[in-house]
Design a protein around this ligand. Structure first.
Ligand SMILES: CC(C)(COP(=O)(O)OP(=O)(O)OC[C@H]1O[C@@H](n2cnc3c(N)ncnc32)[C@H](O)[C@@H]1OP(=O)(O)O)[C@@H](O)C(=O)NCCC(=O)NCCS
Length: 156
C-alpha cells in the first residue's frame, strides 16, 4: 500500500458515487441504506484513495439484527464490507475494519459482531486475522441462499 487512504461517513449526497463505484450491496439499495442511517444508528463509511471510492463498510449500532444472534448478546455490528475488485489484497479491508472498530471503541463499545457466509474464505480469513472468533451458526438467510452463515465477535 503506497498512498494513504481516507475515510468518511457517506450521506445521501453520495448515492451517485456509490452507484458508479460499486454494485448493489446485498438486498437493500444505497438510497434506502443511507436514508436509514440517522434514525437507526447505522453508518455507512467510504474508503477513498485519491478521491476515488474504493470500498465501503457499515456500522450498525443497535446491535445484532439476527434474532438467533441477538439472543446471545447485544452489541454493534460491522457489515457490508466491500472493496472494489481491482484494489483487493492490498490491506484495504483490514484498514477499513480497523477504522470502524476505532469509531466504536471511541463510543465506549467493548464488543463488536458480524455475520459471514461459510463459503466466504477471503472474509473468514480477514476476520480471523483481525481477531474475530465464531460465536454461533445462524443458518441461511436471503440473499445468501443455502450457504450456512456464522456470527463472529471480537472484544474491542
Ligand atoms: C473480503 C474482502 C472485503 C477482502 O478485502 P481486501 O481488501 O482484499 O482484504 P485485505 O487486503 O485487507 O486482506 C486482509 C486479509 O484477508 C484475507 N484475504 C483477503 N482476500 C483473500 C482471498 N481472496 N483469499 C484468501 N484470503 C484473503 C487474507 O488473510 C488477507 O491477509 P494477507 O493479504 O496478508 O494474506 C474483499 O474480497 C471483498 O470485497 N469481497 C466481496 C465482498 C465480501 O465478501 N465482503 C465480506 C462480506 S462478510
Amino acid at each position: 500500500m503506497s498512498e494513504l487512504p481516507s475515510f468518511r461517513q457517506l450521506t445521501q449526497d453520495d448515492c451517485d458515487i456509490l452507484e458508479k463505484a460499486l454494485p448493489e450491496p446485498g438486498d437493500v439499495d444505497f438510497q434506502t441504506k443511507l436514508s436509514r442511517q440517522t434514525p437507526t444508528g447505522y453508518g455507512l463509511y467510504g474508503l477513498f484513495l485519491y478521491d476515488q471510492l474504493i470500498g465501503i463498510g457499515q456500522i450498525r449500532r443497535q446491535g445484532p439484527n439476527d434474532p438467533k444472534a441477538a439472543s446471545h448478546s447485544s452489541y454493534p455490528e460491522i457489515g457490508n464490507i466491500y472493496i472494489v475488485p481491482g484494489m483487493r489484497r492490498r490491506g484495504y479491508a483490514h484498514l477499513l475494519i480497523k477504522h470502524l472498530e476505532a469509531i466504536l471503541r471511541g463510543e465506549n463499545y467493548v464488543l463488536v459482531g458480524l455475520a459471514v457466509g461459510d463459503d466466504n474464505t477471503a472474509a473468514l480469513s480477514l476476520y480471523k486475522k483481525l481477531g474475530y472468533h465464531k460465536l454461533v451458526s445462524i443458518g441461511t438467510k436471503p440473499p445468501h441462499g443455502t450457504v450456512d452463515r456464522h456470527y463472529l465477535q471480537k472484544e474491542l
